[in-house]
Design a protein around this ligand. Structure first.
Ligand code: PEP
Length: 251
């Protein structure tokens, strides 16, 4: 059966010291709690090694927010999947809309990142989602289908089965606008149907599909109540331990 997952995406927030403090706070809030979902925090690269020590032995999994599209070498400023793995992180967000929009990450680049993450035993949390203009034109299904085709549907079934998907309508990220739970359910069911067509029903049923986009303590329970919504990728609300815990408790 697929897993429910709540993953926090810190983005470019928190100094190293603040990040260690936040991770420690989250760990303390979760210690001894019976959880109905897996919990992951995605931190900036420079936090990974230290936060890895904080969360060691706890229920919290650690993710990078990105990785390089090359294995190693003369790529100044880049951080490879192998380096990420060496910090103790076990997940990697790939294809976040902010990376696609501000850093020109196209289907081909993202395809390489996914392959490198998998080669280095990192679980990709692969993000997909449409812009507002695309939803207004009612082409969101086509857009999301192309994103999957372009970067992950090339994978062999056994590799695709390691991937977590995050549907994040771009118009809902950091805007306070949330997709309704019906909109989320419709898209998640559509994504699952595409996976079933490509890889069969069993893999489709076992793939966790998270929702992301202004998910917060007030709307998480409603979103997570939908049958094809298997959790959330949480930006802003993951920066406060209490809010993040309330979202985790929504399961
Ligand atoms: C995100 O960064 O993936 C995200 C969903 O952000 P927010 O929750 O702030 O909209």
């Amino acid at each position: 059966m697929r897993k429910n997952i709540v993953a926090g995406n810190w983005k470019m927030n928190k100094t190293l010291q603040q990040g260690i403090e936040l991770a420690d706070e989250i760990k303390n809030l979760l210690t001894g709690q019976k959880l109905r979902c897996e919990v992951v925090i995605a931190t900036p690269f420079i936090h990974l090694a230290s936060v890895s020590e904080v969360v060691k032995g706890s229920v919290i999994g650690l993710a990078a927010e990105n990785c390089a599209d090359r294995f190693s070498g003369a790529f100044t400023g880049e951080v490879s999947a192998e380096m990420i793995k060496s910090t103790g992180a076990t997940y990697c967000i790939i294809g976040h809309s902010e990376r696609r929009t501000y850093y020109g990450e196209n289907f081909e680049i993202l395809k390489n990142k996914v392959l490198l993450a998998l080669e280095n035993d990192l679980k990709p949390i692969f993000c997909i989602g449409e812009y507002l203009e695309e939803r207004k034109k009612n082409i969101q299904n086509e857009v999301v289908g192309k994103q999957l085709d372009g970067s992950v549907f090339n994978l062999a079934a056994e590799d695709f089965a390691k991937i977590i998907l995050a549907y994040e309508p771009v118009w809902a990220i950091g805007t306070g606008l949330t997709a309704t739970s019906e909109q989320a359910q419709q898209m998640h069911a559509f994504i699952r149907s595409l996976i079933a067509e490509k890889y069969g029903k069993e893999i489709a049923e076992n793939t966790s599909i998270l929702y992301g986009g202004s998910c917060n303590p007030a709307n998480a329970a409603e979103l997570f109540s939908k049958p094809d919504v298997d959790g959330g990728l949480i930006g802003g609300a993951s920066l406060k331990a209490g809010d993040f815990k309330t979202i985790i408790d929504a399961f």
